[in-house]
Design a protein around this ligand. Structure first.
Ligand code: SAM
Length: 280
């Protein structure tokens, strides 16, 4: 029995079900249920929400979310070996946990969820950043989710909250801060995980804004910003040359000096620049 529920401790769950961590799936498990309950509390009020959890693994965060009163958790896990352990949690919380065995990058979870919806995940960082960009760039806004509470490598978390002029500033900061409020709410040392990763981690909490801070088309903004930061040391008139033959005029019309570098340009100006491409 653990401190937060009547289920066995996670170490025992991992041994019983033979869940040796696989590097190919980015598996670094959280084993301290008090810590996972604390992360769940950072996700906000859970009792009136459905929670989409990506990558539950042996279920540490899942149990934290349920123990903290989540109305329902939908958990999507790629590793089939985790299914029996997750089924035990579903039995302990009848009707509150639905598990899908599959790749979160290929599954549309919406038909399994009832709004309001929050997202919580501790994912390998490449899957995490890919999903974050997708969650931030739907055509319509507001999105289906109210908040995202996501574990990242500390360095990625800092890229999400970065401000202009800093080394970490780039596409992730711009897309996140365009449509959400983003803050780092917790830092975790490597020893919090089993096996310990090489780097520190952090939990980022993002709350969806009712509307984007400035108007722009998400696909265009994403494309322009990616091109601008792809060669971040170059002047924008060079890095964005391939985007339009009259790029210098468009930069000037958006209030940006063609000789500026991407990291000197703020969100409002990037949105203005993206709008210059809407009639193409
Ligand atoms: N949430 C658990 C925890 O905190 O202990 C596990 C975290 S572990 C860092 C990442 C989990 O994501 C693993 O269980 C892994 O199998 C799963 N995963 C990796 N890629 C995935 C994908 N594309 N879709 C769904 N789950 C994935």
């Amino acid at each position: 029995m653990s401190a937060i529920d009547d289920l066995p401790p996670l170490r025992e769950v991992i041994t019983t079900h033979g869940l040796s961590a696989r590097k190919s799936l980015g598996q670094n498990f959280l084993l301290d249920l008090n810590l996972t309950a604390k992360i769940a509390r950072r996700a906000g009020e859970l009792s009136d929400c459905d929670i989409l959890e990506i990558g539950p693994g042996p279920g540490g965060l899942t149990r934290g979310l349920l123990a903290e009163g989540a109305r329902k958790v939908l958990a999507i896990e790629k590793d089939e070996r985790c299914m029996p352990a997750l089924a035990e949690i579903a039995d302990a919380y009848p009707g509150q946990l639905e598990v899908i065995n599959g790749d979160a990058l290929e599954i549309d979870p919406l038909s399994h969820l009832t709004p309001p919806i929050r997202v919580a995940a501790n994912l390998p960082y490449n899957v995490g950043t890919e999903l974050l960009v997708r969650w931030l760039t739907p055509k319509e806004w507001p999105p289906y989710w109210q908040s995202l509470t996501l574990m990242f490598q500390r360095e990625v978390a800092e890229r999400i909250i970065a401000t202009p002029g800093s080394k970490a500033y780039g596409r992730l900061a711009l897309l996140a801060q365009w449509r959400a409020d983003a803050t780092i709410v917790m830092s975790l040392p490597p020893e919090a995980f089993s096996p310990p990763p090489k780097v520190h981690s952090a939990v980022v909490h993002l709350t969806a804004l009712p509307e984007p801070r400035y108007p722009a088309d998400p696909a265009i903004l994403s494309r322009i910003v990616a091109a601008a930061f792809n060669q971040r040391r170059k002047m924008l008139r060079g890095s964005l040359k391939g985007q339009a033959p009259d790029i210098e005029d468009r930069l000037i019309a958006a209030g940006i000096k063609p000789t500026d570098r991407a990291e000197q340009v703020g969100l409002e100006q990037f949105c203005a620049l993206a709008r210059m491409f809407e009639k193409d």
